[in-house]
Design a protein around this ligand. Structure first.
Ligand code: NAD
Length: 262
């Protein structure tokens, strides 16, 4: 299978931990030059230094940016692509806060849309000219299985994820003829700092132990456990590879079979 990404430059957002970090590692293992983006310079510098290098010319770097600051983000990524065009964009950021949709404040929607829909759009607009010039590009958005089945108790997240999925499907149709694919990976419960916070919050509100909460969540998953972030990242890396050239506009759950819809 054609998986080699030598000579390709990947920009991985939300890369300081969790799924984003795992994506950076997988793409580096396939030979890509990887730029990791998040807000903590020290963490990013250490990660860029630690990422695998499979050939002598492979170079990794980092970009300290807040994806919620749309205008600054655009300027920063314009600077990055001017120096080194991006061929692979992994759109990823922290999940919106939990809560019912009936009581959600408008400001919560605006913040979530800024960190997901507008950030993805801004980053895509900045990298698309370079992808078109190369006649090759991959955009992979990390979203959630809530694209297929809204999840109770995370109303703003559900609404935002649906918007991102429709944005991605529309963009996929517009750029397909340029050799650029746009796909979404939908994680289920994945063993990251984010899920640890969710388990701790559920334990506190229910009075159960974290172990019991985690067991109950895992029992709803046919595979019977949370994903390792590397398992999610493997799907992302495949969609970013030359082998996935005829796949665009899809929503790929990586959820151990949890989603009940087709
Ligand atoms: P995480 O919270 O562990 O990591 C999120 C990353 O995004 C971190 O590197 C963080 O620093 C970065 N980030 C957050 N806000 C940012 C900002 N404003 N600017 C720049 N960087 C920012 O999350 P994760 O578990 O790795 O999940 C990644 C995505 O997948 C999230 O959107 C999450 O909601 C979604 N998801 C996760 C799970 C799961 O079980 N872990 C399940 C479904 C969906």
């Amino acid at each position: 299978m054609r998986l080699d990404l030598t000579g390709r430059h990947a920009l991985v957002c939300g890369a300081s931990q969790g799924i984003g970090r795992a994506c950076a590692i997988e793409l580096a293992l396939l030979g890509a030059d990887v730029t990791v983006l998040a807000r903590r310079a020290d963490v990013l510098a250490a990660l860029a230094n630690e990422l695998p290098r499979s050939h002598a010319a492979q170079r990794h770097g980092f970009l300290v940016a807040d994806v919620a600051d749309t205008e600054t983000l655009r300027r920063q990524v314009d600077g990055l692509v001017a120096a080194h065009p991006v061929h692979i964009l992994i759109n990823n950021s922290g999940g919106p806060p939990p809560g019912d949709i009936a009581t959600a404040e408008p400001a919560t929607f605006l913040d979530a849309y800024r960190r997901h829909l507008l950030a993805n759009h801004t980053l895509a607009q900045a990298v698309l000219p370079g992808m078109r010039a190369a006649g090759w590009g991959r955009i992979v958005n990390i979203i959630s299985t809530s694209v297929k089945e809204p999840i109770a108790g995370i109303g703003v997240s559900n609404a935002t994820r649906g918007a991102v999925a429709n944005w991605a499907k529309t963009l996929a149709g517009e750029v397909a003829a340029d050799g650029i694919t746009v796909n979404n990976v939908l994680p289920g419960s994945t063993d990251t700092p984010r899920i640890a916070q969710i388990v701790a919050a559920k334990a506190q509100t229910s009075g159960r132990s974290m172990h019991d909460v985690q067991q109950a969540m895992a029992s709803a998953i046919p595979i019977g456990r949370f994903a390792d972030p590397a398992e999610t990242a493997a799907a992302v890396a495949f969609l970013a590879s030359p082998a996935a050239s005829y796949i665009t506009g899809i929503n790929l759950p990586v959820d151990g079979g949890r989603t009940r819809s087709l």
